[in-house]
Design a protein around this ligand. Structure first.
Ligand SMILES: NC(=O)c1ccc[n+]([C@@H]2O[C@H](COP(=O)([O-])OP(=O)(O)OC[C@H]3O[C@@H](n4cnc5c(N)ncnc54)[C@H](OP(=O)(O)O)[C@@H]3O)[C@@H](O)[C@H]2O)c1
Length: 352
């Protein structure tokens, strides 16, 4: 099969130059795995950070790839079941499925013609989602569901400010908050205003022309929840300044802006982990809460219900072909944090 492979760990910002498309053996599914013929995969900032070991300030989440043991990145996929492991009962050959490879990130990821994936991370693709759309929400949907439906207890008409509302995760979060009948204020660029309004945002604040905190403070407008998909200490500070006394700040990114852009030493990593745990711990005593989004299996049933009720309609920025120049360009584009929804790879052409 054709697969995108790395034969060494790329240095920061070198991923797009360092990968190859190579011929690899089709993986054999383990007892609880399903071999999927991949129709679509996605390129996310986390694929880049994990490959370059720059997530969490440089903590390597995988051992480095080598010439003998190359690694294939890719977290999210959709496709058709090819074969199943001996213990797998819910799926059979020919089923249309989607899912994310889960943690720990595997050596054989989704950027390949075939991917073997644990059945617990896989779902049947509903008719209403195309294969590209299904891939586009496989992992991002879990993060958005965790942020909105698990970390918050949104009641109708609660005010929810979503920072980074036009991104792959943020645009799903807007839809889930809307489904909970919240009043949603989206923070994004003017150019994305129509898009985020079309998926349910009641109001948009353009972060290029004004500070959301200043704007809302002038109006004496306090939020029940601030959901952060951009990160950074400044955003955290601004968010707390506009929260209600019992409001919650929910972040999927944390204190370092674009977590991963800085390489930390061990002392930096310890400081960062302490920073997050201290905030979470101290907020159990405070009225305003700090919540770090870390999805677990428990989010799966809530996500499945959202899919069942067709509450999620993923936004696709572009669909690219499975070739080196397009993938290289897409990696650099995703790294810029300018994507409007998701960048999807067409591994196998599909019109079904
Ligand atoms: N905790 C977890 O388990 C977990 C899991 C997955 C992802 N994440 C994190 O979630 C974050 C969001 O991911 P994503 O895939 O949606 O990607 P993203 O590529 O970071 O989002 C891109 C979007 O963010 C907007 N944006 C950039 N800077 C902004 C700012 N200062 N204010 C408001 N909007 C801004 C961009 O709009 P403009 O072009 O208009 O600027 C663009 O539409 C990432 O940092 C990712 O690492 C966390």
């Amino acid at each position: 099969m054709q697969a995108i492979t790395l034969s060494h760990r790329p240095k920061k910002a070198h991923f797009s130059n360092d990968f190859e498309i190579t011929h690899q053996e089709i993986p054999k599914p383990q007892k609880n795995e399903v071999l999927v013929k991949v129709y679509n995969a996605t390129i996310t900032i986390d694929d880049i950070n994990i490959a370059e070991a720059s997530s969490l300030g440089g903590i390597p989440l995988t051992s480095p790839p080598t010439n003998k043991q190359p690694a294939t990145p890719g977290i999210e996929l959709s496709g058709i079941v090819e074969t199943v492991g001996v213990n797998v009962t819910p799926f059979k050959k020919g089923d249309a499925v989607f899912g994310s490879v889960g943690f720990p990130i595997k050596k054989n990821g989704a950027w390949a013609e075939y991917c073997s994936i644990n059945e617990k991370f896989l779902m049947k693709k509903p008719e209403y989602l195309s294969f590209p759309q299904a891939a586009a929400c496989a992992g991002s949907g879990m993060v958005a569901t965790c942020a909105i439906a698990q970390c918050c207890n949104i009641q109708p008409n609660d005010t929810v400010l979503i920072i980074g509302a036009s991104g792959g995760v943020g645009s799903l979060a807007v839809q889930i908050a809307k489904q909970k009948r919240a009043y949603v204020i989206a923070v994004c660029s003017k150019k994305n205003e129509a898009l985020v309004k079309s998926i349910g945002a009641n109001r948009v604040i353009d972060y290029h022309s004004t500070s959301f905190a200043e704007t809302l403070k002038k109006e004496n407008n306090q939020m029940d929840y601030v959901i952060d998909f951009v990160g950074g200490k400044e955003i955290e500070h601004d968010a707390f300044s506009i929260l209600k006394p019992r409001g919650s700040f929910v972040t999927a990114v944390g204190p370092i802006q674009y977590l991963g852009d800085k390489k930390l030493g061990w002392s930096g990593i310890i400081k960062l982990l302490l920073y997050i745990t201290t905030r979470i711990f101290s907020s159990t005593f405070k009225k305003q809460k700090y919540v770090f989004v870390s999805p677990t299996q428990s989010v799966f049933p809530i996500f499945k219900e959202l899919i069942k009720t067709q509450s999620i309609h993923p936004i696709i920025d572009k669909i690219i072909k499975f070739n080196k120049p397009e993938i290289k360009e897409a990696i650099d584009y995703v790294r810029s944090h300018k994507a409007r929804g998701k960048v999807v790879v067409e591994v196998v052409p599909n019109e079904i």
